[in-house]
Each structure stands twice: as C-alpha cells, then as structure tokens.
Design a binder for this molecule. Structure first.
Ligand SMILES: Cc1cc2nc3c(=O)[nH]c(=O)nc-3n(C[C@H](O)[C@H](O)[C@H](O)COP(=O)(O)OP(=O)(O)OC[C@H]3O[C@@H](n4cnc5c(N)ncnc54)[C@H](O)[C@@H]3O)c2cc1C
Length: 320
C-alpha cells in the first residue's frame, strides 16, 4: 500500500472535482489530502466519503493568494515532514505550475497530465498522452521519493463506488519563506461558466459561427444542458470568441464527458485538445470533414438549424 498525498485546490470553499476523481482511483492506498488555508466541515466530510484518511489544512504567512514560490515552499515544508511515496494533484493551471517546482525541490520524478493510472501494490502505473494525443505513453516513476503526478481533470471520471476514509482533519503550520514574485491581483473571468478544463459538457464553435453575436446560439444551448462554451482557434483569431475559450494544441486541453463541435473541421491541432473527450458529437455541413473520423455521433447539416432544434429537444427532456 502506498502513502499518497493529494493536493487539493479549492474554489469558493469547495474542493475541486479532480481531487475526488483522484481519491476514487486511490481506493486501496492510504490517501491523505492537503489544502492551503481553511476548509469547511462539509468539504472535509466529502473528502472522507471519497476515501481521505486525513485532511491537512496548511496554514502560515503569505498563503492568502496563490504564488508559485509561496505554495511550493509551503508544500515542500509539509511534505518533508511526512513519509509520502506519491504526491498527486490535478493538472490544472495551478497544478501544472506548482508540481514541477516541487518535484525539482525534491529532485524527484514527475509524471504530468496523466489521463489514467492504477497502483500495482505500491507501484504507480500511469498513462499520459504524447504528441498532441497521437499516442499514449505508459509511465512509472523511479528514484527518490516522493514521486509527483498530475492528473488531467475529467479524465478519470467520478468513482462508481466509494470507499470512505476516516477524514481526520487537522491544521499544519507551514513556512512559505521569501516570496520574490507576488501576484498583485487576480481578475476573475466575467463568465460564471465552469472553466473549460473542468467542464463535464462542452459546446464549441468554429469559424462557421461567422461572428461573435452568433455565439449566443451556443451559449443558449449550453445553458440548457449545463455546458461550457469553447471555440476553435479560427473562431478566436477571427475575434468571434475570447482567447480563454480556445480548445486545442495552443489552447486548453479538455476531457469532458460530452464534447459537441459545431462548425469545426477537426484540424489536428484542435483534436489535440479534445480527443480524450468521452463522447464527441460533430455538427458540420461537410460530410467529409475530418472531425467525423473522431466523432462518436455525427450530424451532417447546418449548425444554425440543428443547434436550436437540439436546444428545444433537450429542454423538453430535461424539464420533465
Ligand atoms: C501551430 C498551430 C497551433 C494551432 N493551435 C490550434 C488550437 O489550439 N486550436 C484550434 O482549434 N486550432 C489550432 N490551430 C489551427 C488549426 O490548424 C485550424 O486552422 C483550426 O482549428 C480551424 O478551425 P475551424 O475548424 O473552426 O475552421 P475551419 O477549418 O475553417 O472549419 C470550419 C468548418 O465549419 C464547417 N461549416 C461551415 N458552415 C457550417 C454550418 N453552417 N454548419 C455546420 N458546419 C459548417 C465547414 O464545413 C468546416 O468544416 C493551430 C494551427 C497551428 C499551425
């Protein structure tokens, strides 16, 4: 059995869903969770339900806002006092920033952006996409412990069965040390949507949207089905969609349960960002569009006619 620490980010006081995905997959291992700052009893309970044996709330100066140096120093301080074999975190913007720093501090290995893993005894065996998702690499980690792993949000999915842990919560004082680069301000996106990298359903629009106003068709549909709206680079470069909506090689990598591509041709650079989606639906007027070779369901037709019909049909079903 491996001793595993899962670093959990919080959003408005709630642990991020990727933490629960990871915990679900760690059934059979000793899984503890670390958060920076406070965490409500309700969230500690959730972590326990998903298998956390302990929940450590890391507290100290200079930790009120995320800073790469402060958080990695604080985690380094905490982890050094324990005996963890592995430290796992979501491959979120923060996880991708912090875990390599931590791995470097421990001179340890890092398996980044894993889309799956299993433990064989206490040995981690992970899978991670390479070359923009064209192949899957099997990874395990050797050398000094702890080993570090980031896991792509939505890739594992929530566990079907849960194995509860004790969820023993405690405070731990940590030192963030000297912080040379501080974040002065974080400007939240105007959108209330779930971030693309964490969205369970995504509706994306491509160049075929023709202008930014037409994206309201996708936003209306997304509201009905609880989706987040994404875009291709062509749509972003044309000024139809904001840069933070871009999915693909130079945009965000997403792994939702359902990805609906509207008027997107399916260029390799777009597929690189969404090919691990569980179910892909494509709507395109061109029956030979490459996206159809990757889609589970394809609709050949005009998105401006099909999306409103889908919205109404989903509304009927979901309102029942
Ligand atoms: C280094 C590099 C990095 C890149 N990174 C990215 C990236 O991160 N993300 C990304 O998306 N792209 C990226 N690209 C660009 C990529 O190569 C494509 O140019 C881009 O994905 C095309 O976007 P699109 O599918 O919206 O547009 P198009 O390829 O022009 O496709 C539009 C599609 O809409 C269909 N269509 C037209 N009208 C309708 C209608 N009314 N209803 C339904 N369908 C319709 C057409 O048949 C067509 O298939 C990158 C390129 C390079 C070189």
């Amino acid at each position: 059995m491996a001793n595993v620490l899962v670093f959990s980010e919080t959003n408005k006081g709630n642990v991020k869903p990727v933490t629960l995905e990871i915990l679900g997959k760690l059934a059979g291992q000793n899984a503890e969770v670390a958060v920076v700052g406070d965490l409500g009893d309700d969230q500690v309970k959730v972590l326990a339900e998903y298998g956390a044996s302990k929940v450590h709330k890391l507290k100290g100066d200079n930790l009120d806002k995320y800073s790469p140096e402060g958080y990695s120093n604080a985690l380094h301080d905490f982890i050094s006092k324990g005996s963890y074999d592995y430290v796992l975190a979501g491959a979120t913007a923060l996880g991708k920033d912090m875990l390599p720093r931590l791995a470097t501090k421990f001179e340890a290995g890092l398996a980044s952006d894993c889309t799956n893993f299993i433990f064989d005894g206490d040995q981690f065996n992970g899978t991670r996409p390479l070359f923009a998702g064209k192949c899957l690499a099997k990874v395990n980690l050797q050398g000094p412990k702890p080993h570090f792993v980031t896991v792509r949000p939505n890739a594992l999915g929530m566990p079907e069965t849960k194995t509860a842990g004790a969820g023993e919560a405690s405070d731990a004082t940590v030192t963030a040390g000297e912080i040379r680069a501080t974040i002065k301000e974080i400007i939240a996106s105007a959108s209330e949507q779930v971030d693309l990298t964490e969205a369970n359903i995504i509706v994306s629009g491509g160049r075929a949207m023709k202008n930014s106003d037409n994206f309201s068709i996708l936003r209306d549909f997304a509201e009905v089905i609880g989706a987040t709206v994404g875009a291709s680079r062509a749509a972003v470069d044309s000024g139809y969609a904001a840069p933070d909506m871009q999915v693909g090689q130079t945009g965000k990598t997403v792994s939702p349960s359902l990805y609906i591509a509207c008027g997107i041709s399916g260029a390799i650079q777009h597929l690189a960002g969404m090919r691990t989606s569980k179910v892909i639906v494509a709507i395109n007027t061109d029956p030979d569009a490459p996206i159809f070779t990757k889609a589970d369901y394809g609709i050949v037709g005009d998105l401006f006619k099909i999306v409103p019909i889908m919205k109404e049909e989903f509304k009927k079903v979901l309102d029942q």
